[in-house]
Design a protein around this ligand. Structure first.
Ligand SMILES: [Zn+2]
Length: 431
């Protein structure tokens, strides 16, 4: 079974590589550390709380910067490139710092790459996704733009050559969701760039009609339920669009998978290629089709962080749709979303107080396994913002769902007590 934990750059800068690796190896008993090569626009920890063992910061806000110094040349042939963090611009390489310390603790470091999401410099407006009203989302590349394919290949193979590793974790191979620097439903209704519009035309989607429907939905989210129950032409257009999005991501994933196999052959290595996916109930809404993607990697981590609503921050989604003030509206929207996503019977109030039940972890893991066939499903285990004694239930739930691995999330957001809990569980499991 794969056992891993994910770390962010500020964990290592603020605590020092030695402290991080020693806590991970000695307290949590974990030997695989997955290090972020680029951050997201995100509050750490998310969405609330404090970094309890960080000696310098209580809270860190990151900006989707890239963390690999000297990487600008990887993107020399493209009109845009990722923006380096101030530390990486000065030549600091926190991943190399981890790699230097890891052997002393019998640990290994793996890179965690964000494929389509990042802060970019240069002419990214040609390549980034657009909402139906034409707004550019500059931090997200369109999967159908030919330059995106070239960017992601340069990124993945640049990183693999910089940090040779037993496996690589490729994240954010999907469309934007509703969270980012701010919460926005419109942000998840992409992409309407010229490439996508002409491809949608070819696949028979009436782009003008689709834009009208999305505009109407934004103004009155309840319309969606009417369209769903009528099973009429509105629903057909929307379904065709979701299929189009899934195929767009699958097609890019297939090109990467092919390139990965060629790269391995050329290098004579066996580096495994893993994807980071949304839990199966949410994934198709973001362009991720499990049965197809299961053929295009050796394994995938999904993140059914139940306290947060499947890693998806459902509360933010419900409030954005129903409005902050409308309790009745929030309850109603939540009920519809929960039934759509097969989350079980649960009121919004119950969800706000307790999150999703732990059984969500087993259900989603099993669902992923069924879709992936012989390939592996690793389950993200939430170890922050939950009672320490619930960590063991969560691990057991993942195992019940047939998980091939446990990826603990994440080092900096968890308390040291939570790391100790993980360590105790893993030690008892070995006996
Ligand atoms: Zn596009």
């Amino acid at each position: 079974m794969e056992i891993a934990i994910q770390v962010h750059p500020h964990d290592v800068r603020d605590e020092g590589a030695e402290t991080v690796v020693s806590n991970v190896a000695q307290r949590a008993g974990i030997r695989t550390i997955i290090a972020e090569t680029g951050t997201l626009e995100e509050r750490h920890p998310y969405p609330k709380g404090e970094l309890e063992h960080n000696p310098i910061h209580n809270v860190v806000i990151t900006n989707a910067f890239f963390e690999v110094p000297g990487s600008n040349s990887w993107f020399a042939g493209l009109p845009f490139r990722p923006v380096l963090s101030p530390e990486a611009s000065q030549g600091q390489d926190y991943i190399e710092d981890l790699r230097a310390v890891a052997p002393k603790y019998g640990a290994e470091i793996m890179p965690w790459v964000k494929a389509l999401n990042g802060a970019f410099a240069g002419e990214v407006e040609q390549v980034c996704v657009r909402t139906f009203s034409g707004d550019l989302i500059r931090t997200w590349l369109c999967p159908n733009n030919p330059l995106t394919e070239s960017y992601v290949k340069n990124l993945v193979f640049g990183i693999l050559e910089q940090y040779p590793s037993r496996a690589i974790l490729v994240d954010r191979l999907r469309y934007p969701d509703w969270s980012g620097a701010t919460v926005s439903i419109e942000r998840m209704l992409t992409c309407f760039c010229p490439h996508c519009q002409s491809r949608m035309d070819v696949s028979g989607i009436d782009v003008d009609r689709l834009s009208e429907l999305l505009q109407a939905f934004i103004q009155d989210p309840q319309l969606l339920l009417g369209w769903m129950s009528q099973q009429g032409p509105e629903l057909e257009v929307l379904q065709a669009w979701f299929v189009f999005r899934n195929k767009s991501i699958t097609s890019l994933a297939a090109k990467l998978w092919e390139a990965m196999q060629a790269w391995r052959q050329k290098q004579g290595t066996q580096t495994e290629y893993w994807l980071n996916l949304w839990p199966p109930s949410f994934a198709p809404l973001l362009g991720q089709d499990y049965p197809s993607l299961g053929q295009l990697c050796e394994g995938a981590k999904h993140f059914p962080y139940h306290k947060l609503g499947g890693g998806a921050d459902l509360a933010a989604f419900v409030q954005a749709l129903a409005g902050q003030g409308s309790k009745v509206g929030q309850e109603w929207i939540f009920g519809k979303v929960a039934s759509l996503l097969k989350l079980g019977k649960l009121t919004y109030d119950e969800y706000r107080t307790c999150g999703l039940p732990v059984s969500f972890v087993a259900d989603q893991t099993q669902w992923g396994k069924d879709a992936f066939g012989k390939n592996k499903i690793f389950t993200g285990i939430q170890i922050w913002d939950i009672p320490e004694e619930e960590i063991e239930h969560t691990i057991r739930s993942a195992i019940e769902g047939q998980a091939d691995g446990l990826f603990f999330y994440c080092y900096g957001w968890a308390t040291l007590g939570a790391l100790d809990q993980v360590g105790q569980f893993l030690q008892n499991k070995e006996r």
